[in-house]
Design a protein around this ligand. Sequence first.
Ligand code: GDP
Length: 177
Amino acid sequence: CPEVCFVGRSNVGKSSIMNKLFNRKNLVKVSSTPGKTSNVNFFVADGVHFVDLPGYGFAQRSKSERERWADLIFDFLDMERSFNLVVSLVDIRHDPSKLDHQMIEFLQEGGYPFVVALTKADKLSRSQQGRQLATIRKQLNVPAEDIFVTSSATGQGIDELKRRIEAACLDEGEDEP
Ligand code: GDP
């Protein structure tokens, strides 16, 4: 069964983009690990499993707590290596944080198939979007075709990202009987 995983710092717009990509009513929560703040939620929509990892880097949390949080996510990704795609979310308004960098480096070094979705694009003008896209692309060292400029508010980039997710899920389907 194809699996797609969403990661990003808390408040990056993860729930909003998941709901936008897969209408809330199609997104069925199948299970959830216990723990109020560190829980991992599993959803299924159209035969694809979605993993919603806890947001990392809560500003109001201590540094050690933030690092533990990142470890939890890395451990999870390490254990479960069968992802068709990891969608790593970064707020387009800010340069990637240290944890964003760690996350992308982890995905690059581990050879995970991943894309970066820049969120909340509606908060910037088109020319600001272009400038931030270039900066973030360079900082994260991710190819242009793997970065999506998105907005859950206006729907910008959502269809493109959805097609990419669907393509990643089809890749595996071909090997199945
Ligand atoms: P999560 O913590 O990563 O799941 O983030 P949420 O999806 O709950 O969004 C956090 C906040 O950002 C909420 O107030 C959302 O309304 C807002 N938000 C999310 N996506 C967008 C977007 O594309 N545009 C704008 N303007 N606000 C957004």
